[in-house]
Design a protein around this ligand. Structure first.
Ligand code: UDX
Length: 436
């Protein structure tokens, strides 16, 4: 497994849990020494136990020597980063292609090379070309095996997925039979729970991943627009979502209105898909609109809070939640970033708390933001309370306690964690998203 980042580490540990021997190659010395000492550099519930168990059982190891890792291996997975390239929205594939070149130089014949990172359509084909170019003397197989792991739920998503998608290059001499055998063997434990395995071509697997994430991002954006409309016409977006979602063709999940989607996948993948589609001469206008609407929404949220509070200059704002969603320490493209920057620029004092995100937030949020030890100290003395991430521990805060601690009564709940009736009965000027 090349890359001990989020995808590589979770996938490597879970394949080991399935009974496969896995060597994870990580070149970042700091990350590597952490992993070797049993420290997991990311917050992911359950991952530490799986890593420890499989290291202990001798099935999982970490190193920086690619040659040693692929020596005698049946397959090598490329799970390196694919950040958004500056300027054109495309994914930057430098690391993927560099990994392919290195693999080619050290590989033995028959090796299966699998892309696990989310990569644009055509990347698998290019990896095959690089392998053939570097080592015309060898036969390789190439596959694409996109991941669908949600942060905070990655172990469950890997062990009990809705489906596994495997794209195979059938143009390599044996019609992909060798690759298919290895991939099916790797995922054999899932046959017991009858997980559908979608066997397809390279390009199809690559596109299926982008299409899935773009569709979900669009679904979230759709309900966000409905929420805005609900507020104007006096409807309740929760019930609209429930009424829609019970139709099985629509489905109930991913219809929770909020301050806009963030994270390491949706923003990056939607941008990459629009770039791929534009280049192919078939612009995806729905996804282009999704990207624009979501960006604008994050910006608009601060204005909404300012209007609700009747201005924030000189006021103290308690902020609960910073990460892009709960159960993660990830701050990438979190709505909290533009919202807090805007509120601070308006002259508000920010007192923030997040159970896992504060370390990462410090380098991303404006200086002057105060980081509190717990939720109650962030609320203490606040004129305005803003909820930005729906961590479960915030739901349990008693309204009476909030009332005692706060100086003001304004609450902007951008994740709808409390009920409007309860909060109004407790004396708050409470506003949430898309509810009367
Ligand atoms: C996502 C995909 O779900 C996963 O399959 C993919 O492989 C990686 O990207 P992740 O980024 O971890 O996973 O988070 P997810 O739970 O999908 O949430 C993404 C964003 O959408 C978050 O900012 C979340 O707050 C937001 N969201 C999600 C909503 O606002 N409403 C919803 O109903 C669901």
């Amino acid at each position: 497994m090349i890359g001990g980042g989020y995808v590589g580490l979770v996938s490597g540990a879970c394949f080991a849990e399935f009974g496969t021997d896995v060597a994870i190659v990580e070149t970042d010395a700091q990350k590597l020494s952490a992993l070797r000492e049993g420290r997991i550099p990311i917050y992911e519930p359950g991952l530490d136990a799986i890593v420890a168990g499989n290291v202990g059982a001798g099935r999982l190891s970490f190193g920086d020597d690619l040659k040693a890792a692929i020596d005698g291996a049946d397959a090598v997975f490329i799970a390196v980063g694919t950040p958004t390239r500056r300027g054109d929205g495309h994914a930057d594939l430098t690391y993927v292609y560099e990994a392919a070149r290195q693999i080619a130089r050290m590989a033995a014949t028959g090796l299966l090379v699998v892309t696990k990172s989310t990569v644009p359509v055509g990347t698998g084909r290019e990896v095959a070309r690089i392998l053939a170019e570097e080592r015309p003397d060898l036969t390789f197989s190439v596959a694409s095996n996109p991941e669908f792991l949600r942060e905070g739920n990655a172990i469950g998503d890997f062990m009990r997925p809705d489906r596994v998608i495997i794209g195979i290059d059938r143009d390599n001499g044996d019609d992909g039979a060798h690759a298919e055998r290895i991939m099916r063997a790797l995922y054999r434990p899932l046959y017991l729970i009858e997980t559908p395995i979608v066997m397809t071509g390279l390009e199809t697997a690559e596109l299926a991943k982008y299409a899935s994430n773009a569709f979900l991002a669009m679904k979230v954006t759709f309900i966000n627009e409905m929420a805005d409309l609900c507020e104007k016409v006096g409807a309740d977006v929760h019930d609209v979502a429930r009424g829609m979602g019970l139709d099985q063709r629509i489905g109930r999940r991913f219809l929770h209105a909020g301050p806009g989607y963030g994270g390491s996948c949706f923003p990056k993948d939607t941008r990459a898909l629009t770039a791929i589609a534009r280049d192919a001469g078939v612009p995806t206008r729905l996804i282009e609109a999704t990207v624009e609407i979501n960006e604008a929404r994050k910006q608009a949220m601060a204005e909404r809070i300012i209007a609700h509070a009747g201005g924030v200059h000189g006021k103290t704002i308690g902020v609960l939640g910073l990460t892009f969603k709960p159960d993660t320490d990830d701050m990438r493209e979190a709505s909290s970033l533009p919202i807090i920057a805007h509120l601070a620029a308006e002259g508000a004092s920010i007192r923030a708390f997040d159970p896992q995100g504060m370390a990462a937030a410090r380098s991303l949020l404006p200086r002057g933001v105060e980081y509190c030890d717990d939720a109650l100290s962030a609320i203490d003395g606040a004129d305005v309370l803003v909820v930005l991430t729906e961590w479960n521990e915030f739901r349990a805060l008693a309204p009476e306690r909030l009332r005692e601690l706060m100086r003001g009564t304004t609450i902007a709940d951008l994740r709808n964690i409390w009920s409007p009736e309860t909060m109004r009965a407790a004396g708050f000027d409470y506003r949430s998203i898309g509810r009367p």
